[in-house]
Design a protein around this ligand. Structure first.
Ligand code: ADP
Ligand code: MG
Length: 451
C-alpha cells in the first residue's frame, strides 16, 4: 500500500471516531512524508496539531495503520507548514466540500419559515413503522387547520420526526402560497418567551405569532418544567387554535408522559391526534439505504447493503451515518469495498454487547425520563414524583437485569427487600392494567437499549 492510500484509510477510520468539526481541525493538511519498515512520519501544519494528535490520537492512528500494515511500529508527527501545498485530492478536501455543503444547506434554510427544503415527502420513506404518521401528515398538509389539530408526532431520536413535520410545512408552503408557515425548535420559542418577559414585550412577541397559519414546534418535550413559558405558550396555542390555524408538534414521548407539563397543555396537546413513529424493520432499512444511495448517485453491492440493514438498527440517522462513512471510504479507495472492510469500518455503528442493559443505564434512563437527577432517585422520600420513578427503576432492574430483590434493596440504601418486592409487584400489576405506564416502560426500555 502506498503512503497516500495508507493515510487515506487512516483518515476514513478517524472520521468514524471523531466529530466532523474535530476531524476538520486536526487532520486538515496532514500526510505521510516518510515511511520505512517500522516507522511512519506524518507531517502536520503546526505545533498545535502536533501536540493534539500525539496526545489524543497517537494510539488510535497507530492501531489503524497496523491493521493495514502490521510491520509499522512507530509513528512520529513532524511540523511542516509546506505540506499544505502537497495535499491534492485527499479526504480532507472532501471533508471541506462536505462542510461547505453543510453551510450551503444552512444557507438554504428559508428565512421566513425556518424550513429546510431538504425535508420533503418525496424523500421520506414510508413503512409500517411510520405509515400512520405519514398518512396523518399528508392529510394535514392537504387541508391545514381542518383535519387533525393539533397533529402530535412522537418517537425516539433519529426516527424522522423533524423530517416529517418539516415536509408538511414545505408542502403547505408550496401549495398554499398565501399561508404563513413557521417552524421552530421548542428551545427557540422558550427563549423568545423568556426574553419577551425580560424586556416586557410579551404583547409584541405574541403579535408576531398572530399572522401565522401553520405553527410547527419541534421537540416540545423541552417545555417540561418551564412553567412561565408554558403559561404563555398556552395563550399562543389557544389564539391560533381558535382561528383554525394548524398546529404541529413533535416530541420524544406522548403528551401524557411529558413530566412537569401543565394539565391544560397536556390536554390541548392530546386534543387532536397523537401518533408515534417506531423503529423501521429490516426490509424498510434496506429500502431507506437504497433511497439514500440513489439520492447521492452512488451504488454499493447488495451484500454490503444487507450487512448494514441487518446490523445497524438503532435509528435512521445511524443508518445514514454508516452509509456516509462507507461512501467516504469508497471514494478514497477506488470504490473497492468488501464485507470484511465494511465490518471493520462500521464497528461503531453495529449493535454490540455495549448496547445491553446495565445498572447504570437503567438508573440513567429512568432518571432522565422523569427529569430527575440521579441522586434524587435514591432519596428516602415519600414524594410521589420520586416514589414512582424509584419503583420503576427497581422494577426494571429486576425485570431486565434479573437482579435479586435483596441486591436491589442494597442499591437503594439497604431497604428491607420486601419494599422492593412490593414495588415490583405494583408496577407489574399496574402495567398490565394501565396503558400509560406500559408506554412509559417501553420508552424507558428503548433508551436503555439504544446505548
Ligand atoms: P428525529 O427528528 O426523529 O430525531 P430526523 O427527522 O432528524 O429524526 O431524522 C434523522 C435522519 O434520518 C434525517 O437525515 C432524515 O432525513 C432521515 N430520515 C428519517 N426518517 C426518514 C424516512 N422515513 N425516510 C428517509 N429518511 C429519513
Ligand atoms: Mg428532530
Amino acid at each position: 500500500m502506498d503512503n497516500n492510500k495508507l493515510w487515506q484509510s487512516v483518515l476514513a477510520q478517524m472520521q468514524l471516531y471523531i466529530s466532523r468539526a474535530n476531524f476538520a481541525t486536526w487532520f486538515q493538511n496532514t500526510e505521510i512524508i516518510f515511511k520505512d519498515n517500522e516507522k511512519v512520519v506524518v507531517s502536520v501544519p503546526n505545533a498545535f496539531s502536533k501536540e493534539w494528535l500525539s496526545n489524543k490520537y497517537y494510539k488510535l492512528i497507530l492501531k489503524t495503520m497496523r491493521e493495514a500494515d502490521n510491520t509499522i511500529k512507530e509513528l512520529e508527527f513532524k511540523i511542516n507548514p509546506q505540506s499544505l501545498n502537497n495535499v491534492k485530492k485527499s479526504l480532507v478536501e472532501n471533508e471541506k466540500i462536505n462542510i461547505e455543503q453543510l453551510r450551503f444547506d444552512e444557507f438554504k434554510i428559508n428565512k421566513d419559515t425556518n424550513l429546510n427544503p431538504r425535508y420533503t415527502f418525496d424523500s421520506f420513506v414510508v413503512g409500517s413503522f411510520n405509515e400512520l404518521a405519514h398518512a396523518a401528515g399528508l392529510a394535514v398538509s392537504e387541508s391545514p387547520g381542518y383535519t387533525y389539530n393539533p397533529l402530535f408526532i412522537y418517537g425516539g431520536v433519529g426516527l424522522g420526526k423533524t423530517h416529517l413535520i418539516q415536509s408538511i410545512g414545505n408542502k403547505i408552503s408550496s401549495s398554499y402560497q398565501k399561508k404563513k408557515v413557521k417552524y421552530m425548535p421548542s428551545e427557540k420559542i422558550v427563549s423568545g418567551i423568556v426574553s419577551a418577559i425580560r424586556s416586557n414585550s410579551m404583547e409584541t412577541f405574541k403579535a408576531s405569532l398572530t399572522p401565522i397559519d401553520v405553527l410547527i414546534i419541534d421537540d416540545i418535550q423541552f417545555l417540561s418544567g418551564k412553567n412561565k413559558s408554558q403559561e404563555e405558550f398556552f395563550h399562543v396555542f389557544n389564539s391560533l387554535y381558535e382561528k383554525n390555524k394548524q398546529i404541529i408538534l413533535s416530541s420524544d414521548r406522548p403528551p401524557n408522559a411529558i413530566p412537569e407539563l401543565e394539565e391544560r397543555l397536556r390536554s390541548r396537546f392530546s386534543g387532536g391526534i397523537t401518533i408515534d413513529i417506531s423503529l423501521p424493520d429490516y426490509e424498510t432499512r434496506l429500502v431507506i439505504l437504497k433511497t439514500k444511495l440513489q439520492e447521492k448517485n452512488h451504488k454499493l453491492p447488495e451484500n454490503i447493503l444487507e450487512y448494514i440493514a441487518t446490523n445497524v438498527k438503532k435509528n435512521i440517522r445511524e443508518l445514514e451515518g454508516a452509509l456516509n462513512a462507507l461512501l467516504i471510504y469508497c471514494k478514497a479507495n477506488n470504490n473497492i469495498l468488501d464485507v470484511e472492510t465494511t465490518k471493520r469500518l462500521l464497528k461503531g455503528f453495529v449493535f454490540s454487547p455495549f448496547n445491553v442493559a446495565s445498572y447504570k443505564k437503567v438508573v440513567d434512563s429512568v432518571a432522565r425520563f422523569y427529569n430527575l437527577d440521579e441522586k434524587s432517585l435514591f432519596n428516602q422520600t415519600r414524594r410521589k414524583e420520586i416514589v414512582r420513578p424509584r419503583q420503576v427503576a427497581m422494577f426494571l432492574l429486576r425485570k431486565e437485569l434479573k437482579y435479586s430483590f435483596p441486591a436491589i434493596a442494597r442499591k437503594f440504601g439497604g431497604k428491607d427487600h420486601t419494599t422492593v418486592i412490593y414495588a415490583y409487584k405494583k408496577i407489574q400489576k399496574e402495567s398490565e392494567e394501565n396503558n400509560k405506564l406500559t408506554e412509559e416502560l417501553n420508552l424507558i426500555k428503548q433508551r436503555i437499549y439504544s446505548g
